[in-house]
Design a protein around this ligand. Structure first.
Ligand code: PLP
Length: 497
C-alpha cells in the first residue's frame, strides 16, 4: 500500500485533511485551493495501462490520489459516472486529423469536456458525505463561463441530499449554452444570470464561500456549501485520467513506443485541464511540452513569456467564451508547487493579485516552467483553423479546440518540433454552432442556432447530439437575473432561509 495522500491549502491553513474532506469543502477556509502533499507515481507500467479501458484507467489514477476512498467506493463512483450517458463506449476517443491527435472529451451528457469530471463529482461528493457522517444538505455553488454550469446541473440534478445553484454571466455565454442551463429540470436546481462577466461571478461565489458568518448561519439551517468549480480537487483528479488514457491509447495503436514523450495542447481558461496534464506528468506520463493555448484574453500567454501575471486589462468577449477568463484560479496550484510547495509564497502572490491585480514570480520559479509553452490565437486565426481542418481533413472542431489547434500550428512553425501531439478537444462543434458556421462562411444572422445546427449537420454529416435536440423546445424554467452585488440574497432566497 502506498502512503496516504493528504491535502492542505495553497495559502497555509495548517493541518492536512483527507481527500473526501477536501472534496466536501471545495475551497479551503483561507480562500486557498487544496493541493496533495505528494503526487504518487503510477503503479502499473505504461504498457500495462495501454491495455485498460477508460474506467479501469480511471481507477488506477484515482485510487492513488483519493486514498481514503475504498476500492468498492471508487469503482461504484466510476461505473456510475462513465456509462451510457456517454455516446461512445470509448468515453474519450482519439481522432487523428491534420497531423495531430484530437482527444474528444465531449461525448458526455452536455457535450463539453466538463462532463468528464462532473459526471463523477456528485458520486464522489455524496460518498464523501456518507464517509464523514455529514447531516447537512450540501449546496453546490458554481460560477460558470457556460460549460461548467450545465455539466454540474446535469450531474447534481435530483441527487438526494444536494442542491445546486449556478451563476452565469447573462451576456457572456452562447445561446445554446444558455438554453441548456435555463431549461434544466430538477427541484434541487437553480440557475441565475448575473449582470457582470465570469470573473464577477467567480469572485462573488468565492466571497460567499469564505464568509464565516454566513457558513455559521447556513449550518444552523441545515445547509453547507461546496463547490463544483475546478477549484475542487474532486474536479481535478478525474481529469488526470484522460492524459494517462490517451498515452495508453497511442501506445496500444502503435503510434508511439513505450516511454516516448508526447506533447499536449490544452485550450485553457481556468487552468484546470492543463494542470491535470501537469499532474499526469508528475505521475509518470512522459509529457515533453504542456502547450497552454489562450484566446485574446491572453493573460497566461503573457505570464509564460514574462513571469508577470497581470489581470489589469480589458476583458474581451470571444467566440470561445469558456476561455474568456482573466483570473485563472487553478494557476494558484502551479504557483504553489513551483514555489517549492510554499504556502507562504503563494499567499503573498495571491494577496498581490487581489490588491494590485498582478504579481511577478522569481527567476527560480520561472526556471521550473520550462516545459510549458504559452500561445494564443486571435479570432481570425481561430476561424481560419476551423475552416482549414474541415476543408483539408474533413474534421469538424469547435471554437475552443480551434484555439488549441491554431496555437499548435504556430508552435510547430516556431520550433519544428515533431513530437506526437495530443490536442484536448473540449466541446462539440454543435455547442457553438453559430461561430462554427461563421468560420465555414455559412453563417446567417436571420436563422436561430437550432436552424444553423440543421445546416451544419447537412454540410458535415456529423449527427446533431441529443444534448442539442432535447433542449430545442424545452420549457424555460429559470428566469432570474440579478446584479453582481445581489448574489448572496439570491442564494438565501432559493434555499428559503
Ligand atoms: C472550461 C472549458 C475550457 C477551459 O478549461 P479550463 O480547465 O478552465 O482551463 C476550454 N474549453 C471548453 C469547451 C470549456 O468548457
Amino acid at each position: 500500500m502506498s502512503k496516504e495522500v493528504l491535502y492542505s491549502s495553497t495559502r497555509g491553513d495548517k493541518g492536512c485533511i483527507r481527500a473526501s474532506q477536501a472534496i466536501l469543502r471545495g475551497l479551503a477556509p483561507d480562500g486557498g485551493l487544496y493541493v496533495p502533499d505528494h503526487i504518487p507515481h503510477l503503479e502499473k507500467t505504461l504498457g500495462e495501462i495501454s491495455g485498460l479501458s477508460y474506467q479501469e484507467t480511471a481507477y488506477e489514477v484515482m485510487k492513488l490520489l483519493l486514498t481514503d476512498y475504498t476500492e468498492e467506493e471508487l469503482k461504484y463512483c466510476i461505473s456510475h459516472a462513465y456509462d451510457s450517458k456517454f455516446d461512445t463506449e470509448e468515453i474519450a476517443p482519439l481522432s487523428e486529423a491534420g497531423g495531430a491527435y484530437f482527444l474528444e472529451l465531449y461525448h458526455g451528457a452536455t457535450i463539453a469536456f466538463k462532463d468528464m469530471a462532473l459526471s463523477i463529482l456528485p458520486y464522489l461528493m455524496t460518498t464523501a458525505a456518507k464517509k464523514n457522517s455529514i447531516q447537512n444538505e450540501i449546496v453546490i455553488l458554481t460560477a460558470t463561463s457556460g460549460d461548467t454550469g450545465k455539466a454540474a446541473l446535469a450531474g447534481f440534478a435530483e441527487v438526494p441530499g444536494t442542491r445546486i445553484i449556478v451563476f452565469y454571466p447573462k451576456h457572456g455565454v452562447s445561446p445554446i449554452q444558455e438554453q441548456q442551463m435555463v431549461t434544466q429540470k430538477g427541484q434541487n436546481t437553480c440557475v441565475i444570470g448575473i449582470e457582470g462577466n465570469f470573473d464577477d461571478a467567480q469572485t462573488g461565489v468565492k466571497k460567499i464561500f469564505t464568509d464565516p458568518e454566513l457558513a455559521k448561519y447556513m449550518d444552523s439551517k441545515g445547509f453547507q456549501f461546496s463547490s463544483a468549480n475546478s477549484i475542487n480537487i474532486g474536479r481535478l483528479v478525474p481529469q488526470i485520467v484522460y492524459y494517462v488514457y490517451s498515452y495508453g491509447k497511442l501506445l496500444k495503436e502503435g503510434r508511439i513506443a513505450e516511454g516516448d514523450p508526447i506533447n499536449v495542447v490544452v485550450p485553457t481558461g481556468n487552468f484546470g485541464n492543463i494542470l491535470a496534464a501537469y499532474y499526469a506528468g508528475k505521475m509518470g506520463v512522459p509529457i515533453a511540452k504542456f502547450i497552454c493555448a489562450s484566446n485574446s484574453n491572453k493573460v497566461l500567454f503573457d505570464f509564460f513569456k514574462t513571469g508577470e501575471y497581470d489581470r489589469n486589462r480589458e476583458f474581451v468577449l470571444t467566440s470561445s467564451p469558456s476561455m474568456d477568463i482573466l483570473i485563472s484560479s487553478n494557476l494558484e496550484r502551479l504557483i504553489y508547487h513551483i514555489a517549492g510547495d510554499s504556502a507562504e509564497a503563494d499567499a503573498k502572490y495571491m494577496k498581490e493579485l487581489s490588491t494590485d491585480g498582478k504579481y511577478e514570480i522569481t527567476p527560480a520559479m520561472r526556471d521550473q516552467l520550462k516545459d510549458f509553452y504559452g500561445g494564443y490565437a486571435t479570432e481570425e486565426e481561430t476561424f481560419k483553423t476551423i475552416a482549414e481542418l474541415f476543408d483539408n481533413a474533413s474534421y469538424l472542431i469547435d471554437t475552443h479546440t480551434a484555439v488549441a489547434a491554431a496555437v499548435y500550428d504556430k508552435y510547430k512553425k516556431e520550433t519544428g518540433d515533431k513530437t506526437v501531439t495530443v490536442i484536448a478537444s473540449t466541446a462539440s462543434p454543435y455547442k457553438f454552432t453559430r461561430s462554427v458556421m461563421n468560420a465555414l462562411s455559412k453563417g446567417d444572422d436571420s436563422k436561430d442556432d437550432f436552424a444553423l445546427a440543421d445546416e451544419l449537420c447537412a454540410i458535415s454529416g456529423v449527427a446533431i447530439p441529443d444534448a442539442v435536440t432535447s433542449i430545442r423546445n424545452a420549457e424555460i424554467r429559470h428566469k432570474t437575473v440579478v446584479a453582481k452585488t445581489e448574489m448572496e440574497s439570491a442564494v438565501k432566497s432559493f434555499l428559503g432561509i
